[in-house]
Design a binder for this molecule. Structure first.
Ligand SMILES: Cc1cc2nc3c(=O)[nH]c(=O)nc-3n(C[C@H](O)[C@H](O)[C@H](O)COP(=O)(O)OP(=O)(O)OC[C@H]3O[C@@H](n4cnc5c(N)ncnc54)[C@H](O)[C@@H]3O)c2cc1C
Length: 420
């Protein structure tokens, strides 16, 4: 590791900020990470932990608008937008509407595949580093449908995935059951994506932080960044709840709250929080081997060591973490339709839900790159449903961008100024 005298401040201690700190430290920078709460306890904590090369379709896709409108009236549905007369929301919805088309899906697929595949191999590399301990499970992902309609839609995605070189094949009920002998599964058919993997996201972030602290990376916990110190068109420092800190480069990795800080620099970063919930069953008696996505219910089911996690719902309803019990009920009540052994979840788990805010850009693509206006500030946010999956690749790209190197993948589509 070559020493580099330049100082970098990473703002935000979720998986994106911590992975950025890792690759910046590896490149020899003097790294400080500033986190307003506890590191790794935001959206990166209780999510489904899926690493998803299969997700080549961004959130902004055809069908989302009509499906979303149908779901809006159902309080237990997996997707909800709280109607509000809010300028930022209205502009985000307009940009989402303009992106939700077949051309956008077609154009985004290859880039998302490349990001996800590189990230997957970086997870593998990190898992071999002595002193970093987390389990990377390469068991693929099963998308399970109860109905022909949903299965046919997923088969179209599988076709696209195969064209992009991602292995995906159709599986019937017997094969689904054979892959998962320890739990009863009731599904019409499924698609098995072989390249997907999964981790326990909390363990991953915790282990990386412990390792980086030993290497001398400074973590400022309980320290909120309020604003910036400017020197012409450069940022020279941050003003925090505990004082000012100066550096040469800055990484904005505040997840769903990133626009609060970018607005301090008069930068437009369209984003909405997509709230989701999860429920974790400790020492679960019945567990699949392969993570599952229950298509009609839009619920992810991930085995995590001895535990089993159910996660779902996308609520565009502001930046609050409050738990809407009707949506949690929606998740828990959908599960026994696919996993009949879990027929009593609501009674035992409805008040044990976790919530997190996904940072959602309007076109479903992340923001990774320098802002034109402030050349020493790099955006690393907006990963929506893929922040875990794209954690390592984002960190690597951030380090390459700051070093002024050619990036490992083309990042044009992720330009943080693309909506200006
Ligand atoms: C239910 C659910 C399931 C999901 N499942 C998956 C999955 O299977 N696979 C996948 O890839 N993704 C999944 N996601 C998405 C993924 O969790 C997010 O994309 C990812 O965690 C975002 O990481 P982040 O580091 O950008 O944000 P966060 O983890 O939210 O981190 C941002 C941090 O910045 C801090 N911060 C904010 N403002 C300031 C400030 N002013 N000063 C200092 N610190 C600040 C916050 O406190 C926070 O700790 C899921 C999300 C949910 C909700």
């Amino acid at each position: 590791m070559a020493e580099n005298p330049r100082k970098v401040i990473v703002i935000g201690g979720g998986i994106i900020g911590v992975c950025s700190a890792y690759y910046l430290w590896e490149a020899g920078y003097k790294v400080q990470l500033i986190e307003k709460d506890e590191v790794g306890m935001g959206c990166s904590y209780g999510n489904a932990g899926l690493i998803v090369p299969s997700h080549i379709v961004p959130l902004a896709a055809p069908g989302m608008i009509s499906q979303g409108l149908k779901w809006l009236l159902n309080p237990e549905s997996p997707f909800y937008i709280k109607p509000r007369l809010n300028k930022r929301l209205i502009s985000w919805l307009w940009l989402f509407y303009k992106s939700a088309n077949a051309k956008h899906v077609q154009q985004s697929g290859k880039g998302l595949r490349d990001l996800n595949m590189l990230s997957r191999s970086l997870f593998q590399e990190i898992s071999k580093v002595e002193g970093i301990n987390f389990e990377l499970k390469k068991k693929g992902l099963l998308m399970l449908s109860k109905s022909t309609k949903y299965h046919e839609e997923e088969m179209e995605v599988a076709h696209m995935a195969n064209e992009l070189g991602m292995e995906a094949h159709e599986v019937g009920p017997e094969e689904i059951q054979a892959l998962n002998p320890d739990i009863k599964i009731d599904a019409y058919r499924g698609v098995h994506y072989l390249k997907d993997a999964h981790i326990q996201p909390g363990d991953f972030v915790k282990s990386l932080v412990k390792y980086l602290e030993k290497q001398g990376v400074e973590f400022h916990r309980g320290t909120e960044v309020h604003s910036f110190l400017l020197d012409g068109s450069k940022v020279k420092g941050v003003i925090t709840s505990k004082g000012e800190v100066e550096a040469d480069d800055f990484v904005l990795a505040c997840g769903a709250l990133s626009p609060h800080l970018s607005s301090q620099l008069n930068l437009n970063l369209p984003m909405q929080s997509g709230k989701g919930y999860s429920v974790t069953i400790e020492n679960a008696q019945y567990k699949p081997v392969t993570p599952l996505i229950l298509m009609e219910a839009k619920v992810a089911v991930t085995p995590m060591g001895r535990d089993l996690r159910f996660a779902g719902t996308m609520e565009i309803a502001g930046d609050q973490l409050n738990i809407n019990q009707r949506r949690v009920k929606g998740i828990l009540n959908a599960i026994p339709n696919y996993l009949p052994e879990y027929d009593r979840l609501e009674e035992a788990y409805s008040n044990k839900a976790w919530s997190g805010l996904r940072p959602c850009s309007p076109d479903g693509l992340p923001y990774i790159g320098k802002f034109q206006k402030f050349n020493n500030v790099v955006a690393a946010t907006g990963h929506a449903m893929m922040g875990v999956s794209l954690g390592p690749v984002t960190g690597k790209l951030v380090a390459e961008i700051i070093a002024g190197e050619r990036t490992s993948v083309d990042i044009k589509a992720y330009n943080p100024d693309r909506f200006n």
